[in-house]
Design a protein around this ligand. Structure first.
Ligand code: NAD
Length: 260
């Protein structure tokens, strides 16, 4: 259903992004795989995708903490594909500490990667989408775009910002066939949360399995993590023509976390 489309998924060398890249490529979309991994690993992924799905794939290792590197990546995409139809702003990092002790460089990095990068990418992607009167932007926010948690000041601020940015973009592009939405996952089984699990296990003197269960049920009524594929399938749905009236939304996929 996505044949002839070109999709950039940031942070698609791991976790939610990688699962999403598989699902979009399976539907025939050409893909820009992106992430901070060695070139050899990126090129291996590119080959895998091309062999498995028969689509055209580009790999980028742009560090999206730097707006100049984003500009270069976007230029490469324009030159290679001449179009860009789907953007999934997914790359993100986490760091947990109280506000009092939060390192300034971590604050700056989280705001740059989890929020500003989405702005810089949209600024260049929206004109390309508008030109073809069709486009889909999915910003991977979090439940932390809707509610707060202790020790996550930068992350929560960035994700709330991303939810706000999504609303403005949706209003601006509503008449142009371009939808912009945020999705707000609860716990998802990916490497991003390993540190938090390890820290909790250490604090409580328990094992990883026990710590994981505690971490989930502290916040989330549904006592299991979502899989990256489940998140990817919501993103895929938002890319369909059927979803054309959903825009400006911030959709929880959080096991009732934000229902409380
Ligand atoms: P992950 O750690 O598995 O993957 C992160 C990806 O981002 C990797 O491909 C990495 O290379 C890339 N990346 C990180 N910093 C980068 C940089 N400076 N430049 C370029 N690429 C960079 O994480 P994930 O859990 O799949 O997270 C994906 C998104 O989902 C994030 O925005 C995260 O905040 C969000 N999210 C995750 C969860 C969860 O429980 N895992 C919950 C809600 C939201």
């Amino acid at each position: 259903a996505l044949k002839e489309k070109v999709a950039l998924i940031t942070g698609s060398t791991s976790g939610i992004g990688l699962a999403t890249a598989h699902l979009l490529a399976e539907q025939g979309a050409n893909i820009i795989i992106h992430g901070l991994v060695p070139i050899s690993e990126g090129l291996e992924l590119k080959q895998q995708f091309e062999d498995k799905y028969g689509v055209k794939v580009m790999f980028s290792d742009a560090n999206i903490a730097e707006s100049e590197q984003i500009d270069l990546m976007m230029l490469n995409i324009k030159n290679t594909f001449k179009q860009l139809d789907i953007v999934v702003n997914n790359a993100g990092i986490q760091y947990t500490e109280t506000i009092e002790n939060f390192p300034r460089e971590k604050w700056n990095a989280i705001i740059a990667i989890n929020l500003s990068a989405a702005f810089h990418i949209m600024q260049q992607a929206l004109p390309l989408m508008k030109e073809r009167k069709w486009g889909r932007v999915i910003n991977v926010a979090s439940v932390h775009g809707l509610v707060g948690s202790a020790k996550k000041s930068a992350y929560v601020a960035a994700k709330h910002g991303l939810v706000g940015l999504t609303k403005v973009a949706a209003i601006e592009e509503a008449a142009n066939g371009v939808t912009i939405n945020a999705i707000c996952p609860g716990w998802v089984e990916t490497p991003l949360i390993n540190n938090q699990i390890a820290e909790l296990a250490k604090q409580q003197g328990t094992n990883i399995t026990e710590a994981k269960h505690q971490l989930i049920t502290n916040k989330q009524p549904l006592p299991a993590m979502a899989t990256p594929e489940q998140i990817g399938n919501l993103i895929l749905f938002l890319c369909t023509d059927t979803a054309r009236s959903i825009t400006g939304a911030s959709l929880p996929i959080d096991g009732a976390w934000t229902s409380q």
